[in-house]
Ligand binder design. Structure first.
Ligand SMILES: O=C(O)C/C(=C\C=C(/O)C(=O)O)C(=O)O
Length: 253
């Protein structure tokens, strides 16, 4: 089952995918262009992996981590399918990052890898935009970079864990204005889904709605205002986003 959160007729509601259309809770079917898409989950803690694909680490001349490299993101950074993301006026390179996002389904504490999937509600697609010149030139830790308003599109659908028998073999693709610019596969993650559930739940209790963004493969390229960016994961969905012009970096000194 694929479910979403949408705004329609002034109300936020659950919706479901039904033969290419959007089915609302009252049984009506509407076209996907008739709703405003929200992130498919109300998020709890948002955990994100950096450098979880060796080929992406190589493309930005970084070393692969020996332990998961993790950062936090605020809920403010999430937007839904078909939303707009600002590129700061002083960005020199801003790139997308197509990522498999894990949605936790029930409290998870000290979960061994073997039972990790029992704690997952499902999966969605994340686009973890990065302004590379900020990342490399200004801030560590990366909070101001990776937690910017509207810079993490999420969705369109939350896909049930049961519908994705092997999340460790899914094709990831990004298209910019129709041209394929990023291709990878979740099998190339350094720290895979069961490992990550075991790793996090060893020191923090994961809660329903918590998200784990699992990192991006090679193929991240600069995007500009007006660009139409589609991050897609096989069996999970195609997440559309448009880049718009933004202001200068808030809080710059
Ligand atoms: O890009 C970097 O320099 C590393 C990084 C984040 C990387 C990802 O989000 C990713 O690989 O998916 C950082 O914030 O330092």
């Amino acid at each position: 089952m694929k479910q979403a959160r949408v705004a329609f007729e002034g109300k936020i509601q659950q919706a479901w995918e039904d033969q290419g259309r959007v089915r609302l809770a009252d049984g009506r079917h509407v076209d996907e262009s008739e709703v405003v898409w929200l992130p498919p989950v109300v998020p709890g803690t948002i955990l994100a992996l950096g450098l979880n694909y060796a080929d992406h680490a190589a493309e930005i001349a970084s070393q692969t981590p020996e332990e998961p490299m993790v950062f936090l993101k605020g809920a403010n950074t999430l937007v839904g399918h078909r939303a707009f993301t600002p590129r700061p006026a002083d960005a020199t390179v801003m790139h997308y990052e197509c990522e498999l996002a894990i949605v936790i389904g029930k409290p998870a504490r000290r979960v061994p890898k073997a039972s990790a999937y029992d704690y997952i509600a499902g999966y969605t697609v994340a686009n973890d935009y990065a302004v590379r010149n900020y990342l490399e030139g200004f801030y560590r830790p990366n909070f101001r970079i990776k937690s910017r308003d509207d810079c993490t599109p999420l969705g369109p659908w939350l896909v049930d864990v049961a519908d994705i028998p092997d999340p460790m073999n899914l094709r990831l693709t990004t298209r910019v204005n129709g041209e394929t610019t990023q291709e990878g596969n979740t099998r190339d993650m350094i720290f895979d889904v069961p490992f990550l559930i075991e790793y996090f739940s060893a020191f923090m209790t994961l809660q329903p709605g918590d998200l784990i963004l699992t990192g991006t493969p090679k193929g991240t390229v600069d995007v500009r205002p007006g660009d139409d960016v589609v991050t897609e994961i096989e069996g999970i969905g195609a997440l559309h986003n448009t880049i718009i012009e933004g202001a200068k970096r808030a809080g710059a000194v």
